[in-house]
Design a protein. Structure first.
Length: 418
């Protein structure tokens, strides 16, 4: 029942992206002509023909980069609504009537570290509202970006990952396939990034649009035989029948020409997806090798998305949830200034070096604490086989906290050298 309710909820939400008033609102904030100019410029300056994208694909890529670097903002903790100082999470509460109108499933509550003002962070599930707030986490990013893609005329759909992430797929007419777009990471066509880079243990990845519902999990794994052992939420035949029923209802409302086009796409897509049933050697792209970029290191560590499991560290930490509702997670208040697009997008790159250093330091601190914790307290797994974990019955232990810190430091250095 929970699986059916979640699929039905996501299915119904997908029709919102077809609303003409939502798409019109998106076109007001999207700098369409400058993005078209950027796409033409990128094509003309491309030196490697193998990297030259069809025009509409290049335009979608430029939309992605604008959205990530110039329009939408990631939020760890929202700034104080009064003095804009840093805040600390103090819990959650129910949405007000106004917040509920924009489908805020939950409201996070933060207290200012300076003036102690309480700041509310509604997790909106209304893509049009998110064009105003322009900030959030993965749910807000994906909802707003998918709406922008639809407003630009692209066939786009939301992909919901049952291990708590969400992204977009856009149909490429030139490449004749669905392309993965993650607006949080500004990643394009890197479907293995979650399994191989982030280290996620995927289960179900289901795409939703007004036209169709598709189980696209196979696109995002090269370990299907391992992955399918984790798909225990429902019977596979039941899932296939539910998706078929939802698609039948959708197809009944489409024109004959549209049905024929979608049928052709679906047949080709199923051939692609079924080819991933057996494991095969895949050359990973750079984007598919790295851990998650967005979010604080503490948040990513709690969700198990730092990347490849560090040497000597147990992998039993439960992932922290970012979902604000069964359909997707969403956004908050703030920034209503009008959108502008400069000819140069240098601001992200000028700060990237300092950000990388800060993130590396924060990641090292988190890993060090995790090493110390497992050495002194254990991971809680009574059958743990990690030679550096107190829960392992064969672990000799350490004499004191200083010895624990020294061992943790050696493990951290070993991981960084690997």
């Amino acid at each position: 029942q929970q699986m059916a309710a979640r699929i039905q909820s996501n299915s119904e939400a997908s029709f919102g992206y077809e609303r003409q008033d939502w798409q019109a609102a998106a076109r007001v904030v999207i700098p369409i002509k400058p993005l078209e100019e950027r796409a033409h410029k990128a094509q003309s300056e491309c030196q490697n023909k193998s990297e030259l994208l069809p025009y509409k694909d290049e335009l979608a890529k430029q939309l992605l980069h604008w959205f990530k670097h110039e329009f939408f903002k990631w939020v760890n903790q929202p700034p104080c609504s009064f003095c804009e100082s840093q805040t600390t999470a103090v819990g959650g509460t129910h949405p007000t009537h106004e917040e509920a109108q924009f489908k805020a499933g939950v409201v996070e509550v933060y207290k200012c570290n300076l003036c102690e003002t309480i700041t509310r962070f509604p997790r909106y599930n209304d893509a049009k509202k998110l064009l105003e707030t322009r900030r959030g986490r993965c749910g807000e990013f994906a909802q707003a970006f998918t709406l922008c893609a639809r407003a630009m005329g692209f066939d786009a759909r939301m992909v919901h990952d049952w291990t708590d992430h969400v992204w977009t797929e856009i149909w490429s007419e030139g490449l004749n396939r669905w392309i993965h777009y993650d607006s949080c990471e500004a990643a394009r066509d890197a479907p293995l990034m979650y399994e191989q880079g982030w280290g996620k243990k995927l289960t179900y990845c289901i795409a939703f649009s007004a036209d169709e519902v598709v189980d696209v999990t196979r696109r995002y794994t090269k370990k299907w035989n391992e992955l399918k052992t984790r798909r225990t939420s429902c019977d596979e035949t039941w899932l296939a029948n539910l998706i078929m029923l939802l698609n039948r209802k959708r197809f009944d409302k489409l024109s004959l020409i549209r049905r024929e086009e979608l049928t052709r796409r679906q047949q080709e897509e199923q051939t692609e997806l079924l080819s991933n049933v057996t494991e095969k050697t895949v050359t990973l792209k750079d984007e598919e090798k790295q851990g998650r970029i967005t979010g604080s290191v503490e948040w990513k560590a709690a969700r198990g998305e730092l990347g490849t499991q560090p040497a000597g560290l147990c992998s039993t930490n439960p992932p922290a949830s970012d979902s604000s509702s069964s359909s997707s997670s969403s956004s908050s208040s703030s920034s209503s200034s009008s959108s502008s697009l400069s000819s140069s997008s240098s601001s992200p790159s000028t700060s990237s070096s300092a950000d990388d250093q800060a993130n590396a330091k924060a990641r090292a601190q988190i890993l060090f604490k995790m090493y110390v914790s497992q050495i002194t307290d254990g991971c809680g797994n009574t059958s743990c086989s990690n030679n550096y974990c107190k829960s392992n019955q064969d672990f000799a232990g350490v004499a004191n906290t200083t010895a624990a810190a020294q061992l943790a430091l050696r493990l951290l250095c070993k991981h960084q050298d690997s």
